[in-house]
Design a protein around this ligand. Structure first.
Ligand code: NAD
Length: 500
């Protein structure tokens, strides 16, 4: 598919589209064909500073806009996303490669999040509590915090910005947004639509550029009290360190190494469908991708052979072609990394059951395609079973009972998503209790979160926060406790309670 017109794009700061101060640029290129998608400003510290200054100034008015009014803008934004869904999905397929139905799902998630957070404008519940003193009223309310630095990855280029920016705005904060350099055009469209929905100037700003120049400056900027980042574990650690001196609130959504458990009483057909979707959807480039499959020994051989058949049926190609099941991976670096893990797996003694190679026939050579890959006979401690590959590779691990399955599932540094296929309600409830992940599915794959539930992980997947649902509000607000004394005399709490 030809990109109709390649354009130069700009930053959006204080309601104006502007070039980077130093005029440098970078290109966004389609991973499906190598086509140029657009040219974007390679921004630096001065651009970040300008955007933060605009967001800081805009905050003074925005925080006083009644929350239901802020929510109404998000309703309009959600409606615009619905109207533009097809166009955005096609852009997404071109810019980052996922197949059209998944790209539509990415946009839909942003629609759902915008509507959910818009409704939050009429809730933002606090608490009222009794006082320990007479004629005194106590309450706690949520307060906005200020300028939020939003740093996002490329794999959900519309959904993830919405998980952060929609709650940030409804809570009364302003935003400086740095999208990934692999998906700047989708970041750009996201902000254009927010402006069209009525977000006032300065309230949302976008600054394009790399993690080192733009991201790091945002993280260290003294006028940015909150950073919300979705990305790799390594980036999360760097950001946390950089933010330490400013004692900032840092919200991190990081990597995963998610497991599907298949017990001997499972519906194997359902399990195969769930695993194929979770392991190879978005070419395995989901934080919740099923990159480990922990299988009861009694059904291991049967499941392995069914999975291989299913994986080999998947058709690779550009995501906009209707018969494509699996699109490209994001770039050459990712392709090389994914293939290096095939070599690592073979070197470790795992058995390559299918895939394990770059796909280049049938015109695929212009893009970055990797064959869906399944390793068998994987030991739980092998690197391919421990490290995030972020590609269409999954590892089958044999176990003898549910205790071992849960032990293996938990035996990693990450804790994002997990799943179990079983027909035994007791086994299901044990797994729901004992799997150390922020999300657990029963008789479904490891992907498919809904926006009104908390989303995030335990252990090194993050630092204890959650996005989505009511939990997201804790990232974007501070609690304030308020005491109103209407007794007309000085009452000393904790001291004179006995005198009442
Ligand atoms: P990445 O860590 O390379 O980049 C993420 C963002 O951080 C980008 O915008 C990047 O420019 C920026 N960045 C990089 N270094 C920075 C620095 N020093 N300071 C500030 N910003 C910096 O990740 P990616 O390759 O874009 O995305 C893939 C990763 O994201 C995977 O590890 C995946 O598991 C994770 N992810 C997690 C979730 C989740 O919710 N837990 C969701 C999606 C993706």
């Amino acid at each position: 598919m030809a990109v109709a017109e390649t354009k130069s794009f700009q930053n959006y700061i204080d309601g104006e589209w502007v070039d980077a101060v130093h005029g440098e640029t970078f290109e966004s290129v389609s991973p499906a064909t190598g086509e140029l998608i657009g040219v974007f400003p390679r921004s630096g510290a001065e651009d970040v500073d300008r955007a933060v200054a605009a967001a800081k100034a805009a905050y003074e008015k925005w925080r006083l806009v009644p929350a239901p009014r802020r929510g109404e803008i998000l309703f309009r934004f959600g409606q615009l996303l619905i109207e533009q869904k097809d166009e955005l999905a096609l852009l997404m397929t071109r810019e980052m490669g996922k197949v059209l139905p998944e790209a539509g799902g990415d946009v839909q998630e942003a629609v759902d999040m915008s509507f959910y957070m818009a409704g939050e404008g009429r809730r933002l519940f606090g608490h009222t509590t009794p006082s320990e003193l007479p004629d005194k009223f106590n309450m706690s309310v949520r307060m906005p915090i200020g300028v939020i630095g939003v740093i996002t990855p490329w794999n959900f280029p519309i959904a993830i910005p919405s998980w952060k920016i929609a709650p940030a705005l409804v809570c009364g904060n302003t935003v400086v947004f740095k999208p990934a350099t692999d998906t700047p055009l989708l970041g750009e469209r996201f902000v254009e639509l927010l402006a069209e929905a009525g977000v006032p100037k300065g309230v949302v700003n976008i600054v394009h550029g790399g993690g080192g120049a733009v991201g790091d400056r945002l993280v260290r900027h003294p006028d940015v009290p909150v950073i919300t980042l979705t990305g790799s574990r390594e980036t999360g650690v760097e950001v946390l360190r950089a933010a330490a001196d400013g004692l900032k609130h840092v919200h991190l959504e990081l990597g995963g190494k998610n497991a599907v458990i298949v017990m001997d009483d499972a519906d194997l057909e359902l399990a195969v469908d769930g695993i194929v979707w979770s392991a190879f959807g978005t070419s395995g480039q989901r934080c919740t991708a099923a990159s480990r499959v922990i299988v009861h020994e009694r059904v291991y051989d049967e499941l392995a052979s069914r999975l291989v058949v299913a994986a080999e049926k998947l058709r690779l190609g550009p995501g906009w072609e209707p018969d494509t099941d699996v699109g490209p991976v994001i770039n050459k670096t990712a392709l090389d990394k994914i293939h290096s893990y095939t070599e690592i797996g073979e070197g470790e003694g795992a058995r390559l059951l299918t895939g394990g190679e770059v796909a280049s026939g049938d015109g695929l050579g212009q893009g970055f395609y990797y064959r869906p890959t399944i390793f068998g006979d994987v030991e739980a401690q092998m690197r391919i079973a421990q490290e995030e590959i972020f590609g269409p590779t999954t590892a089958l691990i044999r176990v003898s009972d549910v205790d071992e399955a849960i032990r293996v599932a938990n035996g990693i540094r990450f804790g994002l998503s997990s799943s179990i296929f079983t027909r035994d309600v007791n086994t299901a409830f044990r797994a729901m209790r004992d799997l150390e992940t922020g999300i657990t599915y029963v008789n479904a794959g490891t992907i498919g979160a809904e926006v009104h539930l908390p989303f995030g992980g335990t252990k090194e997947t993050g630092n204890g926060h959650r996005e989505a649902g009511q939990a997201a509000l804790d990232v974007f607000t501070e609690w304030k406790s308020i005491y109103v004394d209407y007794s007309g005399r000085l009452q000393k709490a904790q001291i004179d309670t006995a005198e009442t």
